[in-house]
Design a protein around this ligand. Structure first.
Ligand code: SFD
Ligand code: AMP
Length: 627
């Protein structure tokens, strides 16, 4: 077996992941841990300053309720999320995040984030809930606060350690296993409670960017389904695993569209010039009541554009020049002011991408796109799993203690596994939290986890035999390579092993062609999904044959195993939900209508670590009374 040193780390609270929700959890937990003499340890597969979805920065904070200025109420936000997710949301969780998110944003500002303000000192809004920021260094600022808080409380941070497997005994979390991505070290983390914040999942589906564009995606390719894997393998109940997110983005470099639609008030049109949101308005009747209220849900906005594509009216375009010129036109009688405004708008347009999706600015430059002169192509991306944006997949977590919610079995944000908490993309059915809400939810989970440890935290009982067996399993791809690498002249081709890249292509092909990816126009059916399940049997068999040439590939192997489990949970849940509720995200062609009578409910699933069996179940949707 590969000869890795085993490093044991004992802690009270373990935070796995180092992104927005993890930083929120660390900042808050450190405060309460210090008061109670407890230790908090954080583990990130990358370097905290630039890890996770906000690695490149962001140009907006997408969740700010604005309660202090009377802009909106918490109930307004609950209604907004209910509507956008076609009626399926955990309103207790959404409410809880909404009531904490403003204070999180105020902390961001205190820590040094530049939020745009107008002449009166008020935040500049992109849309009703979104604030404009100078966000290139957003992650560094938020990471610094988390690092300071941990240092102050005597906590520890492990960077470049890839968390591979949870440790669970009798439905109670006791720690996690991982390996260094730089040194031959195997880590055993022992903890009284764990917060799972390892982001969403990218590259489960075949991306649009293949060949020379491989690796480019909207959400970061290094978020590879570890949150889903960790919670599923722990035996936690999962929710909304069928709800993938398909964003519409500037084509091929994935530049976000929010600033265009909301700040610049741009229109999206087909190649023939029709504005699909207007031309296809009648289609929205079929998705009442959600299709008829404003804002129209993200999936239905996608869907109307997809109908244009199906009808041969593509490509679709964002009317950037029309929008910019319309705003600048207010100054048309003053040539100097007009020129100044045009320059300002032009630089805002570029900065939007330079702040968060630099490759889009590079693509625009390479294709001679001048947004003020010419429109720019947009397209629906491949599906992503992200519970924090307009998707909803994640762990099923306990609601806030002070709300009269039916979903309460423990401390806030605790999964159905004792001592295991989840937040951000890791927790489900509480969409539209974005960066700020994920941080706020991390804070909620951090505080609750410390409370749990103070009241119930027992010393973790680790089964060393199990750890040794898992160590051998986790390092097996290195042994597989060493045993067979000399058998063929081309290391990519071998009858005894499969390399992680080929394995990922196989997973992506199954998902794309059978589970409603880009090349199948986001359509699937019972028979296609059943065929996907048959192919998954072989894929899972072959996952035992993964080979890794080095540490880098060992990480790639496990990323793909994590993706595979996310993919399987998705296929199983789409099979279970026999209706089409989110056209524009996916379409069950054999059950093409929404079925409120039977499916106005959560579709949950659970994998049993003892038997290896999956269980599918419905859970009722609860609306906050009077909202
Ligand atoms: O324009 C392991 N997001 C936006 N949010 C906003 O508020 N405003 C925007 O403008 C946003 N837009 C946007 C966004 C994201 C991206 C990529 C783009 C544009 C281009 C969404 C937010 O970023 C998102 O909601 C939050 O970041 C979610 O937080 P969290 O904590 O759930 O995930 P993370 O930040 O990605 O962190 C994940 C961490 O886990 C680590 N990790 N560590 C150890 N072991 C493993 N096995 C691990 N696997 C992962 C990662 O390294 C990372 O630290 S717009 O499109 O709307
Ligand atoms: P995006 O850039 O698409 O991720 O969007 C950023 C924010 O704007 C998110 O909160 C979206 O839900 C919201 N948004 C984007 N486009 C629209 C639209 N056409 N109508 C309403 N909200 C939108």
């Amino acid at each position: 077996m590969a000869n890795f040193e085993t490093v044991e780390v004992s802690t009270d609270l373990l935070i796995v992941g180092g992104g927005f929700s993890a930083c929120g959890a660390a900042t808050e937990a450190a405060y309460w841990a210090k008061k109670n003499g407890l230790k908090v340890t954080m583990v990130d597969k990358a370097a905290l300053d630039r890890s996770g979805a906000v690695a490149m920065g962001l140009s907006a904070i997408n969740q700010y309720v604005g309660v202090r200025d009377g802009e909106n109420t918490l109930e307004d936000y609950v209604r907004y999320v209910r509507q956008d997710l076609m009626g399926i949301s955990r309103e207790d969780l959404v409410y809880n995040i909404a009531r904490h998110v403003d204070s999180t944003v105020h902390l961001f500002e205190k820590w040094g984030l530049k939020i745009w303000t107008d002449e009166e000192g008020k935040y500049v809004h992109e849309g009703r809930w979104q604030l404009m920021i100078n966000g290139e260094s957003y992650k560094i600022i938020i990471a610094e606060a988390a690092k300071n808080a941990l240092a102050d409380a005597g906590g520890e941070i492990y960077e470049r350690v890839y968390i591979t497997e949870p440790l669970v005994e009798n439905n109670k979390i006791v720690g996690a296993l991982g390996f260094s991505t730089r040194e031959e070290k195997f880590y055993v983390f022992k903890a009284k409670a764990v917060i799972c914040t390892m982001g969403g999942a990218v590259h489960v589906f075949r991306p649009r960017s293949v060949g020379e564009g491989l690796g480019r995606s909207w959400y970061p390719p290094f978020n590879s389904g570890s949150s889903a894997y960790f919670t599923i393998k722990s035996g936690a109940e999962m929710t909304c695993q069928e709800v993938r997110f398909i964003p519409v983005r500037f084509k091929d470099a994935y530049g976000p569209v929010g600033a265009w639609f909301l700040l610049f008030k741009s229109r999206a049109i087909s190649a023939q010039g029709g504005e699909y949101m207007a031309v296809r308005k009648d289609e929205l009747q079929n998705w009442a009541p959600y299709g008829l209220a404003k804002p129209i849900p993200a999936n239905l906005r996608n869907y109307l554009g997809m109908l244009d594509m199906d009808a041969g009216l593509g490509p679709l375009y964002m009317e950037t020049s029309e929008a910019i010129n319309k705003i600048a036109d207010q100054f048309k009688d003053d040539p100097k002011a007009f020129k100044k405004k045009m320059k300002e708008l032009e630089s805002e347009a570029w900065e939007d991408f330079l702040d968060m999706t630099i490759s889009q600015a590079i693509l625009w430059a390479s294709q001679n796109v001048k947004p003020e002169e010419k429109h720019s192509e947009i397209a629906a991306c491949e599906p992503y799993f992200i519970g924090s944006h307009s998707g909803a997949s994640g762990a099923w977590v306990s609601g806030p203690e002070d709300l009269d919610t039916p979903y309460k079995w423990g401390y806030a944000n605790m999964t159905t596994v004792e001592g295991l908490f989840a937040a951000g993309d890791g927790s489900g059915a509480s969409s539209h939290k974005f960066s700020s809400g994920s941080h706020a939810e991390g804070r909620i989970a951090g505080k609750a986890a410390i409370k749990y440890i103070v009241e119930k935290g027992a010393a973790p009982a680790i089964d060393t035999g199990k750890v040794d067996a898992l160590k051998a399993k986790i390092l097996a791809p290195l042994d597989m390579w060493n045993a067979h690498c000399k058998e063929t002249t081309d290391p990519e081709i071998n009858t005894n092993y499969i390399l992680p890249r080929q394995f990922m292509f196989r997973l992506q092909k199954i998902m794309d062609e059978y589970a409603g990816g880009v090349t199948s126009a986001f359509k699937t059916s019972k028979s296609l999904l059943e065929r996907a399940m048959e192919l998954f049997v072989f894929l899972k068999e072959d996952s035992e044959k993964l080979a890794a040439r080095d540490l880098y590939e060992l990480e790639r192997c496990w990323e793909n195993v994590h993706r595979m489990w996310q993919g399987e949970a998705h296929v199983r849940t789409m099979l279970f939900r026999t209706e089409t509720r989110w056209p524009g995200y996916y379409f069950r062609a054999d059950t093409p209508k929404m079925d409120e009578a039977n499916w106005h409910c959560f579709a949950n699933c659970k994998w049993d670590p003892a038997t290896g069996e999956w269980e599918m179940m419905k859970r009722d949707v609860w609306n906050i009374p009077g909202v």
